[in-house]
Ligand binder design. Structure first.
Ligand code: FAD
Length: 506
C-alpha cells in the first residue's frame, strides 16, 4: 500500500490545507537564461526577480511547489538569527556581523513589502532565560544585537506561563503563511512568463561550451535552490542536517499569545499563534537533533509533554517535522558553486532562518546573474576561507559522519530478522547475511530496499514518525519505496525485490 506523502514527510503541516496547485508545464527545446532547481522560498524568490528583470527562467522541482522545508517551516520572520551577532562578530569581525544583520533585515523587508494575503502579521518576539547560564547567554545576545544596531530591549513582561529570570523583547517581528506566500510568488512568476516544471528531479548537470544541460533542460545559468546542493559536494562537510519538530495544538482556555516566544534551552522550544481555517492554533516547536540520529517519536512525545505542562491543551491538530542545515562557521553559503563550471550557483546553510536568508539569497543570486554588485557577495561566498574557530565544529560534525559510515555498516547497531517487524514499522534487518531496509505496510507487505544511501554510501535509519529512511551522515531521506524525499541524494534506494508476505501470526 502506497503512503500518502504530504510534503517531505508523511505528516501533514497546516500550510498544505486548501492551497491550490497551479502548475505550468510548458517545456520547450529552448535555451533558458536560468534554470532554477527547487521551488521553495529561495528558488521562487530568485526565479521571480530574474524573470521580472527580463531573463527567461524555468524552475524544475522534484515534487511540487513547497514540497521541501518551506512547506514544513514554522514561518517566523525575524531581525535576529540563530547565529548570534556576537558569534558572527567573533568569526567575521564587526563589519561582517553588521552586514549579516543587514542581510537578515533585507530578507525581512523583501517579504514584508512583497507579501499580499499571506497572513502576514507583525508581532513582538520574546527570548527568555530560566537559569544563570542562560542569563549570561541572553546578555551576550543583547550586547551583540545592540552593537550591530538591531532593536532589542530587556523586559520583565513575557506572555508565557513558564517562570523565567530575564528576558529580551525584539519589537516588530513577524509571521506569515509560507505556502500562501510561495503561491503568490509562483503566480507572479508565471504571470511574468516564467515556467515551472513540477515532478522533475535534476540528477546532474553537464556543462559544455558555456551551456549547462540538466534533466534535458538547457540553460546559461543554473541555481541549486535545493536547500542543499545535490550529490557529493563541499557542503556535505560544511553543513550539518538537523530535523526540527512542530505541533499545532488547540487550547481549552481559548487564550492564545499574540507574540513569538522562545526559551534559551538547548535544544530550545518556541511558541506562536496562527489562524488556520478560522481556527486559532498554538504552534509549539523545537527539540532539534541531527537527522537520523535520535528518535523522532521521542522528540514529538517530549514536545507534547512540554506543551501540556504549561498550557491547557484540548487537542493536537497537526504534527510535523522538517530539515534545516547548520553551517560550520555560522553564516549561509550563497553564491557561485565551488568546484563547478562557471554559471552554476547555490544557496545553503540557512540554519533556522531561511525565510529571511532564502529571500535575500534570491536577491543575491539574481544580482550575480544580472552582473550587478551585491554587498553580501563576499561575506556569504561559498568559497570563503574558513575562520579558524569553525575548524573544531567541522571536525565534530565530520567525525560523526565517519563513525556512522563504519559502525552502521559493520552492525554495531542491532540488526534482526523480519519477524518482529509490526505493520507500519521499518527497520534495518539482516536476512541471509544481507542488510535490508525493510518496511512492513499496514497490509503486511514488506517493502525491501538496500539500506545503503545513494549519496555517500552510509546506512540509513528508520524514521517511524515521518515513515522515511533517513541518512545519519548528510541528511538524505527516502520514502518506503526508496524514492528520494530530501537531497543531497538524487538517486532512489535500490529495491531488493519482493520478499514473500510473511504471516504476522507465524
Ligand atoms: C521545523 C522548521 C522550522 C523552521 N522555522 C523557520 C522560521 O520560523 N523562520 C525561518 O526564517 N526559517 C525557518 N526554518 C528554516 C526555513 O524553513 C528553511 O531554511 C527554508 O524553508 C529553506 O528554503 P529553500 O527554498 O532553500 O529550500 P526548500 O524549501 O527545502 O526547497 C527546496 C526544493 O528543492 C527541491 N529539490 C531538491 N532536490 C532537487 C532536485 N535534485 N531536483 C529538483 N528539485 C529538487 C525540493 O523538493 C524542494 O521543494 C525552519 C526550518 C525547519 C526545519
Amino acid at each position: 500500500m502506497k503512503l500518502q506523502i504530504f510534503r517531505d514527510g508523511a505528516l501533514e503541516s497546516p500550510w498544505q490545507t486548501g492551497i491550490k496547485e497551479t502548475v505550468s508545464d510548458r517545456q520547450s527545446g529552448n535555451v533558458y537564461d536560468v534554470l532554477v532547481i527547487g521551488a521553495g522560498i529561495t528558488g521562487l524568490t530568485a526565479a521571480l526577480l530574474l524573470q521580472q528583470s527580463g531573463k527567461k527562467v524555468l524552475i524544475a522541482e522534484a515534487y511540487y511547489v513547497g514540497f521541501g522545508t518551506t512547506g514544513g517551516t514554522s514561518a517566523h520572520i525575524n531581525t535576529f538569527a540563530d547565529t548570534t551577532f556576537g558569534e558572527a562578530e567573533s568569526a567575521f569581525g564587526e563589519d561582517g556581523a553588521k552586514l549579516f544583520a543587514e542581510a537578515i533585515r533585507e530578507g525581512y523587508d523583501l517579504i514584508k513589502t512583497s507579501q499580499k494575503d499571506c497572513d502576514f502579521e507583525v508581532r513582538p518576539a520574546y527570548l527568555y532565560a530560566e537559569n544563570d547560564e542562560e542569563v549570561k547567554l541572553l546578555d551576550e545576545i543583547y550586547e551583540g544585537a545592540v552593537k550591530v544596531g538591531v532593536a532589542v530591549a530587556y523586559t520583565d513582561k513575557v506572555p508565557t506561563p513558564v517562570p523565567f529570570k530575564k528576558a529580551l523583547l525584539w519589537p516588530d517581528q513577524a509571521q506569515f503563511h509560507p505556502l500562501k506566500y510561495l503561491n503568490q510568488l509562483q503566480d507572479a512568476f508565471v504571470a511574468a512568463g516564467g515556467i515551472i516544471k513540477e515532478n522533475t528531479r535534476v540528477e546532474n548537470i553537464e556543462s559544455k561550451d558555456g551551456l549547462h544541460i540538466a534533466g534535458g533542460i538547457r540553460a546559461k545559468h543554473i541555481i541549486y535552490a535545493t536547500h542543499m546542493p545535490s550529490n557529493i559536494n563541499l557542503f556535505n562537510f560544511e553543513c550539518a542536517p538537523y530535523r526540527s519538530y512542530v505541533l499545532a495544538v488547540k487550547l481549552k482556555s481559548g487564550k492564545y499569545p499574540e507574540a513569538l516566544i522562545y526559551d534559551s534551552q538547548e535544544p530550545y522550544h518556541y511558541v506562536r499563534t496562527h489562524m488556520i481555517d478560522d481556527e486559532e492554533l498554538l504552534l509549539v516547536g523545537g527539540l532539534d537533533h541531527k537527522t537520523g540520529h535520535e528518535d523522532p517519536e521521542k522528540a514529538f512525545g517530549e514536545l507534547e509533554k512540554y506543551v501540556r505542562e504549561y498550557y491547557s491543551v484540548s487537542s493536537v491538530k497537526y504534527k510535523w517535522s522538517s530539515q534545516y542545515y547548520v553551517p560550520v562557521d555560522g553564516l549561509p553559503y550563497i553564491g557561485k558553486m565551488p568546484m563547478s563550471a562557471n554559471g552554476i550557483y547555490c544557496a545553503t546553510g540557512y540554519n533556522g532562518n531561511g525565510m529571511m536568508l532564502g529571500s535575500v539569497a534570491g536577491k543575491i543570486l539574481s544580482d550575480l546573474i544580472l552582473e550587478k554588485e551585491n554587498k553580501y557577495e563576499k561575506l556569504f561566498s561559498p568559497s570563503r576561507a574558513k575562520p579558524v574557530d569553525s575548524f573544531t565544529e567541522f571536525m565534530k560534525e565530520n567525525a560523526d559522519v565517519a563513525y556512522h559510515f563504519v559502525a552502521d555498516r559493520f552492525g554495531i547497531h542491532e540488526s534482526d530478522s523480519l519477524k518482529p517487524l509490526t505493520p507500519g514499522t521499518g527497520k534495518v534487518v539482516e536476512v541471509d547475511g544481507q542488510k535490508i531496509a525493510a518496511y512492513r505496510g499496514e497490509d503486511g507487505e514488506i517493502h525491501a530496499l538496500s539500506p545503503v544511501c545513494t549519496h555517500a554510501a552510509c546506512i540509513v535509519n528508520w524514521n517511524g514518525e515521518e515513515k522515511s529512511w533517513d541518512c545519519p551522515c548528510h541528511g538524505a531521506r527516502f520514502d518506503i519505496d526508496g524514492n528520494v524525499l530530501t537531497g543531497p541524494a538524487t538517486k532512489n534506494l535500490l529495491k531488493i525485490g519482493e520478499i514473500e508476505k510473511t504471516d504476522q501470526k507465524r
